[in-house]
Design a protein around this ligand. Sequence first.
Ligand code: KIV
Ligand code: NA
Length: 276
Amino acid sequence: MRTTIRDIGLMKRRAKPIAMITAYDYTSARIVENAGVDIILVGDSLGQVVLGYDSTVPVTMEDMLHHIKAVVRGTNKVHIVGDLPFMSYQANRSDAIRNAGRLLKEGGAQSVKLEGGRHVAKTVQRIVQAGIPVMAHIGLTPQAVNQLGGYRIQGRTTKAAVELIEDAKAVEEAGAYSIVLEGVPSQLAQIVTERLSIPTIGIGAGVHCDGQVQVFHDMMGLYTDFTPKHARKYANLAADMSGAVADYIHDVRAQTFPSEDESFTLSAEVLAELTG
Ligand code: KIV
Ligand code: NA
């Protein structure tokens, strides 16, 4: 059985930091699972890093299902969270439950994630009551980029900080099993982490969260359009890959690829018959 929400809750109680990474396809999901990550998020960040949109707003349920299925096929132990895309849960609660259910039933995810605090608490409660675990996501919520007026750090004023704490409490009370804190000052993330009994998973929220999440393409240095301040590059794959492609092009043009070892040969007999 894959890692459960109970296992994830226990990690907070045992003060064992949770390592979560996004993945969007079979090959990268296998690599990430084999490296020992606790949770894979199939994030709607695939809108930018896989599909080339300029935000997560255009991402559809079909996009999410397509990528969740690939990640599920590439893994067997890790807990997989599927992101609910923009407008799959905001308009009404029966849509929300049905779409959350599709990510488990058709996609094969073990839980879903959605953005928002007090305003989505009732929705979180209904989804959880249907038997679908929910990871909440507050602070900088990218689906609301048009409302927030850009990707800005949240909770910097006393009023905004108090509201963010209320959002966190509301989704915990609604039954969320964990919560992503994105783009939040470290001290505020620490306060939220101390006041909640469910794990907080930070991205741009400092070191005091119960876990961390990063976008695969940011960590790997694969997405070069924009690198957020919170991202640490653990590899430089875009540079490595462009070097590899340049080497290949060079070898093709110099006719040094393929070599004999990389080619197939006719038997001498067949060759003799053909060329007479
Ligand atoms: O879509 C995503 O990758 C996310 C993480 C940044 C938390 O929601
Ligand atoms: Na997301």
